[in-house]
Design a protein. Structure first.
Length: 197
């Protein structure tokens, strides 16, 4: 005999059942699956960062809405215990971070938030399959199964405090010192200067 649980099950209920232990063999999840109950709308925005090889920046009085300009590369830096410490964005032509070499990781907009990291492992996060200047891909896209497995592996590598459901520790995403300087240079060049009379 198998036990199936249903009736408005959500992530919190499943998490609580898993923590306390249960003998349920299957879960019937309907309403919360098809309605995207926690976030009924897809919260994403397209932000232009470069056009015709010219870096662009979106300015706003709300710093969280300022875009990070130019083509970039992203790397995950791992610490001694094997967990990811921080992701860092660099300009496209900057040399990649190296294992064992100290790198300054900066918050893109808060100049006092910065830290040196000596990575024990460096992983490039993004791969360009279609450069946009051609109608052909550089290589075949990974299968859906391979992409899923990569995603699961990435999640399994995270520190438990980043993955807990209640009050997770925010994961840091930084920029290189060179990219930080460029962001603020472009910001000052693009921001209008007021005039007092």
């Amino acid at each position: 005999m198998s036990i199936t649980a249903s009736n408005d099950l959500n992530e919190e209920t499943l998490d609580a059942l898993n923590k306390q232990g249960h003998e349920v063999d299957a879960f019937g999840i309907g309403t919360y699956l098809v309605t995207c109950y926690a976030q009924a709308a897809l919260g994403c925005v397209f932000k232009l960062v470069e056009i015709n090889k010219q870096p662009r920046i979106k300015l706003s009085e709300d710093v969280s809405k300022v875009s990070i300009p130019c083509k970039k590369r992203s790397y995950r830096l791992y610490g001694k215990e094997g967990y990811p410490l921080v992701d860092i964005m660099t300009g496209e032509n900057e040399p990649p971070p190296k294992v064992g070499e100290r790198i300054l990781c900066r918050h893109p907009f808060n100049e006092s938030k910065r830290a040196y990291v000596v990575p024990q492992k460096v992983e490039e996060l993004l791969k360009c399959y279609w450069p946009g200047s051609s109608d052909k891909r550089r290589e075949d896209l990974p299968t859906l199964k391979d992409t899923r497995e990569r995603c699961i592996k990435q999640l399994e590598q995270m520190r438990p405090d980043h993955m807990r459901r209640l009050n997770p520790t925010p994961y840091k995403v930084s920029v290189s010192a060179k990219l930080y300087d460029f962001i603020h240079f472009l910001w000052l060049n693009e921001a209008p200067v007021g005039e007092l009379q």
